[in-house]
Design a binder for this molecule. Structure first.
Ligand code: ADP
Ligand code: GN1
Ligand code: MG
Length: 382
């Protein structure tokens, strides 16, 4: 893929396709790469009127080597956001701030295909919002948990049949393990040597990989509509009230397990270190944050989780962390084609933090289970 800077200069054709520069919004005065997502190319565009009123937009080039069918992906995003709009309106909320909204092209389409076969989309920028790259305090994390739990509840009656599977087997950890084994068999000699310890760590835990998919197949866990990428920078906070405001990055909203959403949030937010921290002594599970998120998530789901789901919350956290680790490692071994990287061995560093976190969860397993036990009855009703 091109770098964002190269692309930024070539945006004119794409920008013209969307009604951003209008009499009401004024003309474009700024465009720059934006955010820290690992997948899409994101740009912030700012328009200004002669009276200095401004209107901002998020322009994204969808990563079509990862999302093989961007039109279907956009169909999902439009269905989900329109559905959420109705619910938010009925609840007296502000649908322009509490959900993403797709800005159609001047021709009335939900996406634009440029001459180089790249797919683009635009969302009005959610004003007066902030995006956090790490948890700054327990309250924010708790808030994000309530909001992710509530998101799943809002989508409880969503017509699942209309959703396309944008990435097949996205959180099928057993299938991710098979991909990882393939990467090991194809990996470069040099990288295989550097990652020996991490490969061994991953292989030792093979037995865990099928736990959730097996329970799902047996009917012991319910399939729900889930977000599937619930890291903290996929939620916006209100800049004024500091309350969690809007869940973004809806590309992977698909049928899934509640444990995926719970687990991925813990993986990213309850880690005492950054996802790509190189000093592994800083990496571990913060039990207070685990507790805050558990409490918030159960509250947000408001009685909709089954006893089995609640019991398995620690397993969700561990498996999502492990799975992300094998995904980073597989990408490292095969040449960094999936996740954006910003330095050499970046994906190996990321895999190492994930595995250190898994090891710490294993060491704290009884404490995690006790926290879940402590909160389980406050919100579960099934
Ligand atoms: P990726 O799939 O690459 O992670 P995201 O959709 O998460 O891309 O967008 C990247 C970043 O852009 C987000 O983390 C957030 O900071 C910002 N962002 C995305 N959409 C909006 C929006 N509608 N309003 C404000 N900021 C946004
Ligand atoms: C990617 O798109 P982004 O940066 O929010 C990835 C997630 C990983 C995450 C790791 C579609 O999320 O699955 O957990 O990186 N998204 C996709 O940080 O693969
Ligand atoms: Mg994102």
């Amino acid at each position: 893929m091109n770098t964002k800077h190269e692309t930024c200069d070539k945006l004119a054709e794409v920008i013209a396709a969307f009604p951003m520069e209008t009499a009401q919004n004024g003309s474009l005065v700024e465009k720059r790469p934006y955010g820290n997502g690992h997948i899409n190319d994101t740009f912030l565009l700012r328009c200004e009127t002669p009276e200095k009123l401004e209107k901002k937009f998020i322009l994204q080039r969808m990563n079509h080597s990862i999302f093989k069918n961007p039109p279907q992906l956009m169909e999902n995003v439009v269905h989900v956001t329109q559905y959420l709009r109705k619910i938010i309106l009925a609840q007296g909320g502000d649908p322009d701030r509490e959900t993403l909204n797709v800005l159609q092209t001047r021709d009335g389409a939900n996406w634009y295909l440029d001459n180089n076969h790249n797919y683009w989309r635009v969302f009005p920028f959610i004003e007066r919002s902030v995006c956090l790259e790490k948890v700054e305090n327990e309250k924010d994390f708790y808030d994000s948990a309530v909001t992710f739990g509530n998101f799943q509840k809002q989508l409880a009656d969503f017509p699942v049949a209309v959703l396309h599977e944008t990435i097949p087997n996205f959180h099928n950890t057993a299938s991710r393990f098979a991909d990882f084994q393939k990467a090991v068999s194809e990996g470069s000699k040099e990288r295989l040597a550097l990652a020996q310890a991490e490969i061994a760590f991953a292989l030792e835990r093979k037995e865990d990989t099928a736990v959730l998919t097996k329970l799902l197949a047996e009917g012991a866990l319910p399939l729900r509509v889930t977000h599937n990428d619930t890291k903290l920078n996929n939620i916006l906070f209100d800049a004024d009230t500091h309350k969690a405001l809007c869940i973004i990055d809806l590309d992977t909203v698909m049928p899934g397990l509640s444990l995926y959403d719970f687990g991925d949030s813990i993986r990213f937010g309850a880690n005492t270190g950054a996802e790509d921290e190189t000093d592994l002594s800083k990496v571990g599970l913060d039990l207070s944050l685990f507790e805050a998120f558990t409490k918030g998530y159960l509250e947000g789901c408001a009685g909709s989780l089954t006893a089995k789901e609640i019991e398995l919350l620690p397993m969700g956290a561990k498996l999502m962390t492990y799975e992300c680790g094998i995904r980073f490692l597989a990408d490292y071994l095969t040449g960094d084609h999936y996740f954006k990287t910003h330095r050499e061995h970046h994906n190996l560093d990321r895999a190492r933090t994930q595995f250190r976190l898994v090891a710490d969860m294993e060491a704290k397993w009884d404490k995690m289970a006790a926290i879940v036990e402590q909160y389980k009855d406050s919100f579960y009703m099934i």
